[in-house]
Design a protein around this ligand. Structure first.
Ligand code: C2E
Ligand code: MG
Ligand code: MG
Length: 378
């Protein structure tokens, strides 16, 4: 809309906000689209809330500008002296952290800074820096967990799971760093590393005289936002002389929630090329049966929580049965995850799943161990 409209909007925003300030509060435009309000004489933290709610309410109606009518959202972060900082810069920094959290929570809301947010912030920054180094210095590892056909006991495929070993012998869990990598944008590089490493291992298994199995990698929804990702995927397989059916992908249900035209198109191209596509952790999100109808899928993976509860809870068993039946009706492979013992194993068999995966069969293990234990000599 141009600078002039922008300036006019800023003036009106300032005006609306001034309407809720008391005369001993201070309101200032801090830069860009950020405003800072300093409120004194608070008795309690919660005294801020009515004021913030008035600010948010003030943004509900559209702004009438000379050549446009504009609707905007606002996010508010709150820090309080002295609990959240002893000096202005710390208070501002922490209000900023709280504001970003409010933004992430869907905008048009407010958030108080908390010590937990600060820890999370430090942790994220640590992960970001160190993950960059790990990617650069090839410090990540890929482990493989067999997916076993229940009828004949054959290992028909495996899932590749990323591992980040630390010098002290600990591992940072994928659940902890993947979500941060998604936020920082490092996920694309990470997924590309996983794909390459999966391909490299398939080739190494060939070279060692094994008959490799399909390797399924986990992709994040963010991977599909990257332009040209499908071609990058297919080109990588080609580089290793692999055909598309040798590497499958798993995407979680929540990715599908935001399923855009672009995502569906990407999945169709991959599926048509012969890539095995499964929905991971099925049953935990919205589990719309519509996905099964609309999306080009090859399999669904029943979330491990159902398998774990099924021995003691009939509802979970019924859900497993239902998912299996629907999946099979659509001609999909149905995999049960998190099979930890004989009991889980026989429940899955009873329910009619095709494939099981879990500690009962094997933990995820390094590539050479996996080959020795589960691959047949060609
Ligand atoms: P997921 O894709 O659902 O993977 C299955 C998780 O269950 C893995 O955890 C696996 O180690 C664990 N698991 C396997 N068998 C059993 C069992 O019998 N009992 C229990 N309780 N757990 C079992 P992991 O490796 O910690 O990974 C967690 C999640 O992190 C994965 O869930 C996946 O969503 C994500 N992830 C892992 N590797 C990657 C990756 O390379 N890229 C991306 N984007 N995400 C990954
Ligand atoms: Mg998975
Ligand atoms: Mg899963």
């Amino acid at each position: 809309h141009g600078h002039e409209t922008g300036d006019a909007l800023l003036l009106q925003v300032a005006e609306r906000m001034s309407n809720v300030t008391r005369n001993y509060d201070l309101l200032a435009r801090f830069g860009g689209d950020e405003f800072v309000m300093i409120m004194s004489n608070l008795q309690e933290r919660s005294d801020v809330i009515p004021v913030v709610e008035k600010i948010l309410a003030g943004f509900k109606s559209a702004f009438n500008l000379p050549d446009a009518t504009i609707q905007i959202t606002t996010s508010v972060g709150i820090s309080i002296y002295p609990e959240d900082g002893n000096d202005p810069s710390e208070l501002l920094k922490n209000a900023d952290v709280a504001m970003y959290r409010a933004k992430a929570e869907g905008r048009n809301c407010y958030n108080f800074f908390s010590a937990e947010m600060n820890l999370e912030l430090q942790y994220s920054q640590w992960i970001e820096t160190n993950l960059n180094n790990a990617l650069k210095n090839n410090k990540l590892e890929l482990h493989f967990q067999p997916q076993v056909n229940l009828e004949n006991g054959n290992v028909e495929s495996c899932e590749a799971l990323i591992r980040w070993p630390q010098e002290n012998g600990d591992n940072i869990q994928p659940n902890d760093f993947i979500r941060i990598a998604e936020r920082t944008g490092q996920i694309n590089e990470l997924s590309f590393w996983v794909l390459n490493e999966a391909c490299r291992n398939i080739c190494a298994w060939y070279d060692q005289g094994y008959k490799p199995v399909r390797v399924d990698i986990n992709l994040s929804g963010k991977d599909f936002n990257e332009k040209g990702v499908i071609y990058k995927f297919l080109r990588t397989l080609k580089k290793y002389n692999l055909v598309p059916s040798q590497v499958g992908i798993e995407i979680t249900e929540n990715v599908l929630l935001e399923s855009t035209e672009q995502l569906i198109k990407a999945l169709k191209v991959l599926h048509n090329a012969g890539v095995h596509i499964s929905i991971d952790d099925f049953g935990t999100g919205f589990s719309s049966l519509n996905y099964l109808k609309q999306l080009p899928l090859s399999g669904i993976k029943i979330d491990q929580s159902f398998v774990h509860e099924a021995p003691n809870n009939k509802d979970d068993l019924i859900i497993m049965q239902a998912i299996t039946m629907v999946g099979q009706g659509f001609g999909l492979d149905v995999v049960a995850e998190g099979v930890e013992n004989e009991w889980h194993y026989s429940l899955c068999k009873g329910v009619g799943c095709h494939v099981v995966q879990g500690m009962h069969l094997s933990a995820p293990i390094a590539a050479d161990k996996f080959a020795k234990k589960f691959l047949k000599k060609a």
